[in-house]
Design a protein around this ligand. Structure first.
Ligand SMILES: *Cc1c(COP(=O)(O)O)cnc(C)c1O
Length: 388
């Protein structure tokens, strides 16, 4: 049996045909497919506007810019996330800080957030933007975070890179009911893929226009948005801000559109796999992931926490013995502030105690919609072997 990875894409002939179609057409980029993909995702998420980008990292960057993040502003995110959730603030010259996680969901802890906000208020260093991350595909407690945003005056970007297809209190993740902008990733390990790709969605027309400008050099081709020049010229484009080339191509968008046809199927399959893991693994020396009643996770990841005391082994020993048996588990994530780059910014090891504990025990086990029963049997038997 070949090795089983923690995640992989699910590509069928229909997806391939959709991409080949674009390759035979006149437009490879900025054709009809990008706006069609944007429509498909915004309708699915129940939100008005969407801006597709070449990655979620780019989408996070322009989301910060659209919310006016500048030098010396402060942005907070969760300590347990991919580095991109923090780097987007640094790209804008802002300062970044981290909120510890809730020990049961591993998402940003709302009461720790509140405590930290109260302290920041006293010290006059409140964040301008907070970026909650829906880790593993399960939404953060957005209603509470939204209430705090009104009290302390910050804006919210949801990093839903793991979470398209999930729901929070009967709203699809991405509805932006409790946020200004939501970000999705279409990297191949995520819920659906466009190869590389990302999207920023928002209810606000004003934010949408800014996102569109920053995605494409800061240039507009829309007459009403242009500024009158001394020469009173009528050329067809104007650069209004300093933007980037973060555009998605039609080739990528065609794959994304095709994948959207199966998004619910993908998430349902992930739930089946999760339910079977719950049944088979709960008696081992480890914790299965807790799901809140008000959430329907997209289940990007299935994270277990090993009981190191009972197993009398180190995290690394467990990780190695599982991988040696051709089951490629992973760790999502090392607390961001522990990365050498962030250590150089002055963060200390131990900064967020719950995140440290999580980091000592967590393993992402294989979870992807095309996983066969045989593959899952193999994962279960290896885990029973190593974690009993
Ligand atoms: C994958 C991921 C990103 C970045 O996505 P890309 O599309 O690869 O740029 C950002 N945040 C989180 C939480 C992610 O998992």
């Amino acid at each position: 049996m070949t090795a089983i990875n923690y995640a992989r894409q699910d590509i069928i002939q229909e997806d391939i045909d959709a991409v080949v179609e674009v390759l035979k057409s006149d437009m490879l980029t900025q054709g009809p497919m990008v706006p069609k993909f944007e429509d498909s995702v915004s309708k699915y998420a129940g939100v008005n506007h969407a801006v597709a980008t070449n990655s979620a990292t780019s989408a996070l960057h322009i989301a910060c810019l659209a919310l006016d993040i500048k030098k010396d502003d402060v942005v907070w995110t969760s300590a347990i996330t991919f580095v991109a959730s923090a780097n987007c603030a640094l790209y804008c010259g802002a300062k970044v800080d981290f909120v510890d996680i809730d020990p049961s969901t591993y998402n940003m802890c709302t009461s720790k957030l509140e405590e930290k906000l109260e302290n920041a208020k006293k010290n006059n260093c409140l964040p301008k933007v907070v970026i909650p991350v829906h880790l593993c595909g399960q939404s953060c407690d957005m209603h509470s975070i939204f209430e705090l945003s009104k009290k302390y005056g910050f804006k919210i970007i949801e990093d839903a890179s793991h979470a398209i297809g999930g729901r929070y209190k009967d709203q699809p993740i991405g509805s932006c009911k409790y946020s200004d902008i939501t970000i999705f990733s279409f990297h191949p390990v995520k819920i659906i893929t466009s190869g590389e790709g990302g999207m920023a969605v928002t209810k606000s027309r004003d934010i949408y226009k800014k996102l569109s400008l920053y995605r494409s050099h800061g240039i507009t081709g829309i007459k009403e948005d242009m500024i009158e020049t001394p020469q009173n010229e009528t050329w067809n484009y104007q650069q209004l801000r300093l933007g980037f080339n973060y555009r998605m191509t039609d080739i990528h968008a065609a794959l994304g559109i095709s994948q959207m046809n199966r998004i619910d199927e993908f998430v349902t399959k992930r739930h089946h796999i999760a339910a079977r893991y719950d049944d088979e693994l709960s008696s081992l020396n480890m914790k299965i992931p807790l799901q809140n009643d008000f959430n329907y996770s997209a289940f990007h990841l299935y994270v277990i926490r090993a009981d190191l005391k009972k197993l009398n082994k180190t995290h690394n020993e467990i990780y190695k013995s599982i991988c040696e048996k051709s089951v490629h588990v992973n760790l999502h994530y090392i607390p961001v502030y522990r990365q050498p780059y962030f250590q150089n910014l002055g963060f200390e090891i131990g900064y967020c105690p719950e995140s440290e504990k999580y980091f000592q025990e967590a393993l992402s086990i294989p979870m992807y919609p095309s996983m066969t029963d045989d593959q899952q049997d193999k994962v279960i038997s290896v885990l029973k072997d190593v974690l009993s």
